[in-house]
Design a protein around this ligand. Structure first.
Ligand SMILES: Cc1ncc(COP(=O)(O)O)c(C=O)c1O
Length: 408
């Protein structure tokens, strides 16, 4: 077999994106044992770092091993007992994912929907909460399938008034868009590394409020083989997944260090580096960088004579959707971008599949040169496919955004 030698792609789709080089090198650091005091000190460090990333005081801030949906599944399966009501407002593919995972956990799921490309008003969510009276509200912040960012700041207060646990999936938005766990009164949040945090997929940082932890501790059952006399089974039903059993995972990350899985050490190194990288830049600076590069891509796309998808006032900073012009073959354009220019852009899912392209500017790739290369290449590919555009306008538009922001 040949050694791995992937082409040097520039990943400008909705994620994953190219890793920060320092994250890549952290991943190849030598392993240590899972109870080595150095390893447990790294685990504690990671908890502290992600408290800063999530902007929370929550003690229960840790990693779930697996891709982002492992974090989603752990949060939901641990708190949902069969028959519990869960409300899921759906504004894209990932709302459907929260519904699907809640259903598999046995929930009685209620949904409200808006057209893809829109977000919810807080009153719509409050009305549904009043009607359904759910135990849990599960709401995506940034749904990459539509590029929309759901405002969350008023939702936590509503949830507290109706005694609802408030969970959000911020996988695609954290680090590139504002996120305030404690200020917005969230009870559970899960994310991934492969978007604005600039890492690979494979680790899902989560944070949990004391309110959420009290609920899941009510279902605490330690597995046989490691159970000691002082471990009393809780009254609530046993959590349906062993791997995603948050009370047992908390025993492992907490003082008792009770064995659960074998922590994915290389991914922990990676998650640690992603957090340090973000905090060294500063969360506000990172958000501002995503905004400038996202704006440059958006204005550049307009310069390519492409129509922007969705309600731009609620767009995530880090990805923009554009309608695929009817006169061109969308898949062919993406293929030429990939094979001739080594640049990956994405289409979308479900009703938007083949209708829009998604151009991402996130993490390591939220950079001027990456944006300009993408726009320049897309101009060439579109022009050769017969799409009418004004030569040079895309890069000029993007340059104007950079110049304006330099002077700001
Ligand atoms: C908002 C959101 N949630 C969840 C996921 C699923 O992540 P993963 O593929 O890492 O499990 C994604 C991936 O694109 C996402 O954008």
């Amino acid at each position: 077999m040949n050694r791995l030698n992937p082409p040097p792609r520039l990943l400008m789709g909705p994620g994953p994106i190219n890793c920060y080089p320092r994250v890549l090198s952290a991943m190849s650091t030598q392993l240590i044992g899972q109870y080595d005091p150095v390893m447990t000190s790294y685990m504690n460090e990671v908890m502290g770092l992600y408290r800063q990333v999530f902007k929370t005081e929550n003690q229960s801030t840790l990693l779930i091993d697996g891709t982002s949906r492992a974090g989603i599944e752990a949060v939901l399966v641990s708190c949902i007992e069969p028959g519990d009501k869960v409300l899921v407002p759906i504004f894209g593919r990932f709302g459907h994912l929260l519904k699907e995972i809640s259903e598999r956990a046995g929930a009685d799921v209620h949904t409200i929907e808006v057209e893809w490309g829109q977000v919810f008003q807080p009153e719509q969510i409050e009305d549904a909460i009043k009607r359904v009276r759910p135990k849990v509200l599960a709401l995506v912040q940034g749904d990459t399938s539509t590029t929309m960012l759901q405002p969350l700041e008023h939702i936590g207060e509503i949830c507290r008034r109706y005694d609802v646990l408030f969970y959000s999936d911020a996988t695609a938005s954290i680090g590139g868009n504002p996120f305030e766990t404690d200020k917005w009164q969230l009870d559970a949040v899960s994310v991934g590394l492969q978007k604005c945090l600039g890492g690979p997929s494979g680790s899902a940082p989560i944070t949990l409020s004391d309110r959420y932890v009290d609920v899941v501790r009510g279902r605490h059952h330690v597995e046989a083989g490691i159970k000691a006399e002082h471990h009393q089974d809780a009254q609530g039903s046993r959590i349906r997944s062993n791997y995603f059993d948050i009370p047992m995972i908390l025993d492992y990350w907490g003082e008792e260090r009770l064995n659960h899985h074998t922590e994915a050490t290389s991914m922990l190194y990676c998650a640690r580096e992603c957090a340090i990288n973000l905090l060294e830049e500063g969360i506000d600076n990172s958000i501002a960088r995503h905004k400038v590069n996202g704006d440059a891509m958006l204005q550049g796309a307009k310069g390519l004579n492409l129509e922007i998808f969705g309600d731009v006032s609620h767009k995530m900073t880090n990805v923009v959707g554009v309608y695929i012009p009817e006169a061109v073959n969308g898949d062919k354009i993406r293929e030429q971008m990939l094979l001739d220019f080594n640049i990956e852009i994405g289409t979308s899912f479900g009703p938007l599949h083949g209708k829009i392209w998604r151009l991402g500017t996130m993490g390591y790739n939220a950079r001027k040169d990456a944006v300009l290369h993408t726009l320049q290449s897309l101009e060439t590919v579109l022009r050769r496919a017969g799409h009418k555009l004004s030569l040079g306008e895309a890069v000029d538009n993007a340059m104007t955004v950079y110049e304006e922001n330099q002077n700001a």
